[in-house]
Design a binder for this molecule. Structure first.
Ligand code: NAP
Length: 245
C-alpha cells in the first residue's frame, strides 16, 4: 500500500536537493504535489518530468517570504486538489560568515527564510487542518539546530528556532490531529553546500561520507506518513553520527 496515497503535499524548496528527492519519493508513494521554489524554469521542467512518470504535480514559483504569494499557493492548492494533507517546510539558505562581519540585513534574510517563513507557512496550513480535521507538518531544521558551529550564527540560530517552534506547535495542536515534526540533516550533498570543502565535511562525519538527498527523503517520508503516527513536536536527526560525538 502506497504510504501517501492521494495525500496532497506542499513542498517548499521542492525542486532541488532534499526537496526534489522528497518530491520524487512522495509521488512514488501516491502523493499529489504542489512544489514551491524560486527557479521557475527548473520548477516547470521538474514537474513535466514527474508528470511524464505518471505523477500528479504542479509548480508555483514563490519566495517563501512573500506573504501574498503564500496565500496564493494555499488557494491554488485548494482549487487544484480540493484539500491539503501535508506541508513540508523545506526551503532554506545557508550563510557562512564570521559573526563580526555579518550585517543586520544578512542576519534578517537568513532568519526570515529559515525560521520566520516556517512559522508563517505553518500558520496557513494549520488553519486548513483545523477546518479539515487534521494534517501533518514536517520542517527541515538541521543538526546545527542542536549543536553550534563557528561562522554560521544566523543559520544555526534559525534552525534551533525551527526545532523549538516544532516542539511548540506539536504540543499546541497535539489533541487536534495536527502532527508537527522536524527533520535534522547532517552534511548532505546538495547545491546548498556550494564550494564548501567536501573532504572537511566527510572527515567531520563519523560515517566518513556525506548523506544523500534520497536518504533525507526517506526520513521525510517517515515523518510525513502514518509511519510516524505517534510522533509530534519532535526531531529526527539523520547525520551520519555527527551529533553523537
Ligand atoms: P538546496 O538544494 O539548495 O535546496 C534549497 C531550496 O530552497 C533551493 O531550491 C532554493 O532555491 C530554495 N529556496 C531558498 N530560498 C528560498 C526562498 N526565499 N523561497 C523559496 N525557495 C527558496 O539545499 P538542500 O540541502 O536541499 O536544502 C533543503 C533544506 O535542508 C534547507 O532548509 C537546508 O537548510 C536544510 N539542510 C541542508 C543540509 C545540507 O547539508 N544539505 C544540512 C542541514 C539542513 P534557490 O536554489 O533558487 O536558492
Amino acid at each position: 500500500m502506497a504510504k501517501l496515497k492521494d495525500k496532497v503535499v506542499i513542498i517548499t524548496g521542492g525542486v532541488s536537493g532534499i526537496g526534489a528527492a522528497s518530491a520524487e519519493l512522495f509521488a512514488e508513494e501516491g502523493a499529489k504535489l504542489v512544489l514551491v521554489d524560486m527557479n521557475e524554469e527548473l520548477g516547470n521542467s521538474f514537474v513535466e518530468e514527474l508528470k511524464g512518470k505518471g505523477h500528479e504535480a504542479i509548480f508555483m514559483a514563490a519566495d517563501v517570504t512573500d506573504h501574498d504569494r503564500v496565500k496564493e499557493v494555499f488557494e491554488t492548492t485548494r482549487s487544484t486538489y480540493g484539500k491539503l494533507d501535508i506541508l513540508f517546510n523545506n526551503a532554506g539558505i545557508g550563510e557562512v560568515k564570521p559573526s563580526e562581519e555579518l550585517d543586520y540585513a544578512e542576519w534578517r534574510k537568513t532568519v526570515e527564510i529559515d525560521l520566520d517563513a516556517v512559522f508563517y507557512w505553518s500558520q496557513f496550513a494549520i488553519k486548513e487542518f483545523l477546518k479539515s480535521g487534521g494534517g501533518v507538518i514536517v520542517n527541515t531544521a538541521s543538526m546545527y539546530g542542536w549543536v553550534g558551529s563557528p561562522g554560521s550564527a544566523a543559520y544555526n540560530a534559525a534552525k534551533g528556532g525551527v526545532i523549538n517552534l516544532t516542539r511548540s506547535l506539536g504540543l499546541e495542536y497535539a489533541e487536534r490531529h495536527i502532527r508537527v515534526n522536524a527533520l535534522c540533516p547532517g552534511f548532505i550533498e546538495t547545491p546548498i553546500l556550494g564550494d564548501t570543502n567536501r573532504e572537511f565535511l566527510t572527515n567531520a562525519t563519523p560515517m566518513k561520507r556525506l548523506g544523500t538527498p534520497e536518504e533525507m527523503a526517506k526520513a521525510a517520508l517517515f515523518l510525513a506518513s502514518d509511519d510516524s503516527s505517534f510522533m509530534t513536536g519532535n526531531s529526527l536527526i539523520v547525520d551520519g553520527g555527527y551529533t553523537a560525538q
